[in-house]
Write a protein that binds this ligand. Structure first.
Ligand code: XMP
Length: 524
């Protein structure tokens, strides 16, 4: 499957849903030339949502030849409007913008909506609307306010279908059924995609790249992506893999030990471990601004990493755990412009040392990496652990990072994790952690009153970290966390809970504000 990306924030979600159903999918820019799209030999096309209006000049369009390519096509949101506009229907500014959960009422027969109830709730986010379907199309559903919610012409080529709502988001009832109907019964695709079956070819690819005398450096952070990368490269070239693990002193409790243990269990022998906590702490001394802290961490990391890497003989390659969403930023302008998040290019090393990159996971999503990791024998405490930011606890400590504040933050974070695990809810959230603020609160212990610190607990649910909802934490779990933190962590007298989703708030509190994001605004 090819998902043509018109800049909606949901293109990755669509591609992932398709893969979840067992069909391999890739994202290409919406205006890719037909040759480029067809060279992937897709079995069907999806036109994604996007922030523009088809009524605006210069808004992105698919190559018209694709609409006549004879492939089954599914348009979603902006993609639905594009199809109407391109095939002779009428698109207008909507009299009422529809956002959020909306009742959808079916009308007549529909191959796309087959098996769905007569009414269901779907997620909408649009300002334009298809006022008249193109000739040959019938409207197969309307929204509660009477606007066209779905249309189809099964006889046009191999069938053209579209929906105004977002079947890919979890809030849409039967959304997966819509995608399944399109993939399996309309496009007739086989469910043959299984990331685990890719392992042998990933190993072969590494063998093909790396010469018999060459070595590969792989920096691991403890995260599942870098550990899985190391495991694959190790299977390919054995001891010519050199793993570098820098402990910057900002890790979670027990993390360094866990990573070293896991590397040992994988049989990786060339492990260059550096405990550089003191060096990072000195670099952070006196810094209070998140951006300055992040830069100091990045700089120090580069120095330490370079020292270690320069001792590895014959190193020609750097293996890194770049995954698909890191590489293909949905809505990125410029065709084929792979955008690698800068923090993934470890310490600028590839450029400085002329190292070539090995990125075995570059086409995979996180959940797929987890399946591969499990297959390769990585332990659960690596595979299932919550994502953790590169600059570590520094982004969870307000103001200057000192040894004392690190101790507090590390313990408080560990307590949150332990209690989520004990409640059986660790896997129910994307992340759960504690934040050490500069806020003060008066504490009372017996007759003594003294000023103490405030810790904020944050737990969120999310599919990919791009958007997140605050987790409705059970009160008794919150009570246990609060009691333990105030009792066990010196200096903390108040525990609060962060009850705000993303947007408007980011997940991590003291992260550097990125330069203006290229991420698109929500789909129309
Ligand atoms: P935000 O804070 O942007 O977090 O809502 C989204 C996801 O990214 C992680 N995160 C980071 N990861 N370096 C990283 O490697 C960072 O500076 C950073 N800031 C946030 C965060 O943990 C969440 O999963």
């Amino acid at each position: 499957m090819v998902v043509l990306d018109f800049g909606g924030q949901y293109a990755h979600l669509i591609a992932r849903r398709i893969r979840e159903l067992g069909v391999y999918s890739e994202i290409l820019p919406g205006d890719s030339p037909a040759e480029e799209v067809l060279s992937r030999r897709p079995g069907a096309l999806v036109l994604s949502g996007g922030p523009m209006s088809v009524l605006e000049e210069g808004s992105p369009r698919p190559d018209p030849r694709l609409l006549d390519s004879g492939l089954p096509i599914l348009g979603i949101c902006y993609g639905h409007q594009l199809l109407a506009h391109a095939l002779g229907g009428v698109v207008r500014r909507s009299p009422r913008a529809e956002y959020g959960g909306t009742r959808i009422i079916r009308r007549g027969e529909s191959r796309l909506l087959e098996g769905l109830p007569d009414e269901f709730t779907a997620w909408m986010s649009h300002g334009d609307v298809v006022a008249e379907p193109p000739p040959g199309f019938s409207a197969t559903a309307i929204s509660e306010s009477g606007l066209i919610a779905a249309m189809e012409d099964p006889d046009r080529g191999a069938g053209v279908y579209s929906v105004q709502f977002h079947p890919e988001v979890a809030h849409t009832e039967h959304g997966m059924d819509v995608i399944r109907n399109f993939l399996l019964s309309i496009a007739g695709l086989e469910r043959d995609w299984n990331p685990v079956s890719r392992i042998p070819s990933m190993i072969e690819e590494v063998r093909g790249m790396v010469g018999p005398e060459d070595s590969v450096i792989c920096a691991v952070s403890g995260g599942v992506d870098s550990m899985t990368t190391a495991a694959i490269v190790h299977r390919a070239i054995g001891d010519r893999l050199h793993v570098v693990f820098v402990d910057h002193g900002l890790l979670r409790e027990g993390e360094a030990e866990g990573v070293l243990r896991a590397l040992g269990e994988l049989g990786i022998r060339n492990v260059h471990f550096v405990d550089a906590s003191d060096r990072f702490l000195s670099a952070l001394r006196g810094l209070t601004d998140p951006e300055e802290k992040r830069l100091a961490i990045g700089r120090t990391f580069a120095e330490v990493f370079e020292e270690v890497a320069s001792r590895v003989r014959g190193a020609k390659f750097l293996a890194q755990g770049t995954i698909y969403p890191d590489r293909i930023e949905s809505g990125a302008s410029g065709r084929g412009a792979d955008r690698i998040k800068s923090h993934h290019n470890v310490a600028g090393l590839p450029e400085r040392f002329g190292l070539r990159l090995i990125e075995p996971l570059r086409d995979l999503y996180k959940d797929e990496v987890r399946r591969i990791a499990r297959e390769l024998g990585l332990p659960d405490y690596i595979v299932d652990r919550h994502p953790f930011p590169g600059p570590g606890l520094a982004v969870r400590i307000e103001g200057e990072v000192t040894e004392e504040k690190l101790r507090i933050a590390r313990r408080a974070n560990a307590i949150v994790e332990e209690e989520f695990v004990r409640a059986g809810l660790y896997g129910a959230v994307w992340q759960a952690f504690a934040v050490l603020t500069e806020g003060r609160w008066v504490g009372v212990k017996g007759d003594r009153r003294e000023l103490g610190r405030v810790v904020i607990v944050r737990a969120v649910t999310s599919e990919d970290g791009m958007t997140a909802d605050w987790y409705r934490i059970p009160h008794d779990l919150m009570a246990r966390i609060s009691k333990r933190i105030t009792e066990e962590v010196p200096g903390i007298v108040m525990v609060a809970y962060a009850a705000t989703s993303k947007p408007p708030a980011t997940i991590e509190p003291y992260r550097a504000a990125r330069p203006p994001s290229t991420r698109p605004s929500p789909c129309r």
